[in-house]
Design a protein around this ligand. Structure first.
Ligand code: DX5
Ligand code: ZN
Length: 216
């Protein structure tokens, strides 16, 4: 199966966002939107003042990665903006994770459960067959341009093994430090939706880089 590429808008040119979204519309599979609140993670990114106008020009599915406490507060608003995939962190949702997944499903949104590199991947196992996708952070959430944590490969492989063992289906999304050197190993480990920020937007030809990542 071919990889799907979800460039992270965090690395885009915020003074010319429309131009970058148009490029993604024709070159990428999904637009990854990193939403941070400065509390769950040590950084603040953008919110609905960016997302609302952006949603009017996005022609491919939008994937909101909520790095916020109380992610559930924003599900309805994301739905109104036509966001098709929403992930929230297990660290933020804890025992509410299952009900948040149900809430997203009731809105017709694909539900993703995200974890940072220090959360045991086994914490995700109870949600296999429930969540549509799992977001394995391969850097600590908060900033683009960080170095890929290689142990993430084992975490992805372990999760993929358990999904397969149960005869279930789920997308594994990987996020952080992905580049042309590690993407083959990520595919091999069982990831199928790949987030890439700096690798795409810092390259000379972002559309060609997306194609190169996809065709690994
Ligand atoms: C980090 C974000 C990532 C980040 C990826 O908190 O979740 O999506 O933007 O950026 P790169 O690909 O540059 O590591
Ligand atoms: Zn992200």
């Amino acid at each position: 199966m071919q990889l799907q590429i979800a460039p992270s808008l965090l690395a885009a040119d915020f003074l010319h966002l429309e131009k970058d979204v148009e490029m993604l519309n024709s070159a990428a599979d999904v637009i990854h939107l990193d939403i941070m609140d400065g509390t769950l993670v040590p950084n603040i990114s953008f919110g609905f003042s960016v997302l609302d106008p952006l949603s009017a020009v996005a022609a491919i599915p939008m994937d909101a990665h909520l790095m916020v406490v109380h992610p559930e507060r924003w599900f309805d608003k994301l739905h109104q903006d036509g966001v098709q995939m929403v992930s929230f962190h297990y660290e933020a949702a804890g025992r509410h994770s299952a009900s948040f997944i149900d809430k997203l499903h009731s809105l017709g949104i694909k539900a993703g459960l995200a974890i940072n590199p220090d959360v045991p991947v086994k914490k995700l196992f109870p949600f296999i067959g429930k969540a549509d996708y799992f977001l394995i952070m391969s850097v600590f959430a908060g900033f683009g341009g960080q170095k890929f944590i290689y142990e993430s490969l084992d975490r992805i492989a372990l999760l993929r093994e358990e999904i397969d063992r149960r005869g279930a289906e789920a997308t594994i999304e990987v996020d952080g430090g992905v580049n042309l050197d590690n993407i083959a190993a990520l595919k091999q480990a069982g990831a199928n939706l790949i987030v890439a920020g700096s690798t795409v937007f810092r390259s000379e030809n972002p559309a060609a880089t997306i194609a190169a990542l996809r065709n690994v």
